[in-house]
Design a protein around this ligand. Structure first.
Ligand code: UDX
Length: 450
């Protein structure tokens, strides 16, 4: 049950059904709740968040009709499009019902929606409610998206494979192959995602000092307030947001390892690898002589529920006690553990922020979309990561692990990551940029309801 207490007004949140997006939205909800707002989470039935973990929120399941659609990674565009068509009517209907019954102290004052749930804009307009967009990727990702028409006109999209290492004009440090989309097929959806529509403001899960010039550029373009209040996980009270069950056995295993000795390996919630890459990675890890904690999510290798069974027996024997494999880890706790000294990552934005916050340098193996942008910034601008592209071969992997975990190069990255992590902490403290921006957001939401 939701605790009413003395609440100010109600904010309706609309997250899409993906882990990397649900987490920051629930974190934002927890932050706003701690500021006195009541929170309703309008979510899809597909990949629904666990309402029992958030008794302080009210949950509104939207009938999405995607159960008949293939929801595998390869078909996500279709799933997103279907959700945007199917969830509009139920959200509108629920809002009408809510607003008919609402008490004066519990009026809906605004809707905050993830860019992926773009149908919300029309619903908010219909209900004459102000809406705010939550962006869950880095700001530069949108700078790159907004450059798409220019890049198309200049012939950079689609660029021949032979020129994929070309640096893109006006988008330093991206090369054409780092663009957060792979071909013209995704452009229609991108167009939807980057629109501001009638939103009154944008909330960004980023940190001002990290992306100052990108945020300024977007601010000029959007002409509406941008509130950068990241990293959200450091602003929010501790929260369980995992869609999958966390295997906490790994914490006891980490307790037995030496400080900064463990490389943590995770490809996030969507990215996949093929069987060859899985096996080569395992050999690289085994040969590196470093202890490792590896998340092998069900489906990490297409169609496999138990990816660990795909590893050859002699390799499993070689790994022995030195490697610990789980299906899903309590990642924030893992990255904060003193034993973890490096993160082999797909460079999702949440993972990137979580790693930097704990001063953990990364081996960057981006999969798709914004992950390529994040990887480029991690390796070439913030210099807290090693680029690991197109290398799926055990010796290259072993070498990268040694560079990060035992060599001076890795130590220097760890130091830079620590410095960045310290700066993040200042940003969320009283007087810091994210702290101040959150106060501004609070005032802004209240001003919308008056
Ligand atoms: C994708 C995109 O790549 C990301 O940049 C975008 O903003 C959201 O969608 P995803 O694959 O989910 O994201 O990665 P990431 O953004 O890193 O989010 C994964 C979340 O799952 C993180 O908060 C991480 O802590 C959590 N996680 C991951 C766990 O709790 N346990 C795990 O074992 C692995």
């Amino acid at each position: 049950m939701e605790n009413q207490g003395t609440r100010r007004c109600r904010v309706v949140l609309v997250p899409p059904p993906f882990q990397g997006h649900i987490t920051p939205m629930l974190q934002l909800g927890a932050i706003l709740h701690s500021k006195g707002f009541s929170i309703t989470v309008a979510h899809t039935e597909f990949n629904a968040p666990d309402s029992s973990k958030h008794p302080e929120f009210f949950f509104l399941p939207l009938s999405d009709n995607v159960s008949d659609i293939d929801s595998s990674f390869w078909n996500l565009l279709e799933v997103i499009t279907a959700i945007n068509v199917n969830c509009k009517e139920p959200l509108q209907r629920y809002l009408v019902q809510m607003m008919e019954k609402q008490e004066p102290h519990d009026q809906v004052c605004c809707i905050i929606y993830d860019s992926i749930m773009y149908f919300t804009d029309a619903v908010a307009n219909h209900m004459k409610l102000p809406s705010i967009i939550l962006r869950t990727t880095c700001a530069f990702n949108f700078v790159a998206w907004h450059a798409t028409p220019r890049l198309l006109a200049e012939g950079y999209i689609p660029l021949p494979e032979s020129l994929s290492n070309e640096l893109l004009p006006g988008l330093h440090p991206l090369r054409s192959k780092d663009l957060p989309f792979t071909g013209t097929g995704e452009l229609e959806l991108l167009e939807e995602l980057r629109k501001i529509r009638s939103s009154a403001a944008v909330v960004w899960n980023t940190v001002d000092f990290l992306e100052h010039s990108s945020l300024l550029q977007l601010q000029q373009q959007y002409q509406i307030p941008i509130f950068s209040i990241g990293p959200l996980h450091k602003m929010a009270p501790a929260l369980t947001t995992s869609l999958l069950k966390e295997d906490t056995s790994c914490v006891a295993w980490l307790d037995k390892q030496a400080p900064n000795s463990v490389i943590y390996v995770s490809m996030g919630s969507l990215a996949m690898v093929d069987k060859k890459e899985l096996t080569e990675t395992a050999w690289g890890l085994a040969n590196s002589d470093q202890p490792f904690l590896w998340v092998m999510r069900a489906g990490l290798v297409d169609g496999s529920d138990q990816c660990v069974d795909l590893l050859p027996k002699d390799l499993k024997e070689k790994i022995g006690e030195r490697g610990h494999i789980v299906k899903w880890a309590p990642q924030k706790e893992v990255l904060a553990h003193r034993a973890v000294g490096g993160f082999w990552s797909h460079c999702g934005w949440n993972s990137t922020l979580e790693s930097i916050c704990e001063g953990v340098p990364m081996i960057c193996r981006p999969g798709f979309s914004d992950q390529k942008v994040n990887s480029r910034f991690l390796t070439h601008i913030w210099r807290v990561g090693l680029e690991m592209e197109n290398v799926v071969e055990r010796r290259g992997i072993e070498r990268a692990i040694r560079r990060l975990m035992v060599e001076k190069e890795g130590e220097e990255m760890r130091q830079r990551a620590n410095e960045l992590g310290q700066k993040f902490k200042f940003c969320v403290q009283k007087g810091g940029s994210s702290y101040n921006s959150l106060n501004d957001l609070e005032e802004f939401i209240l001003s919308q309801s008056s």
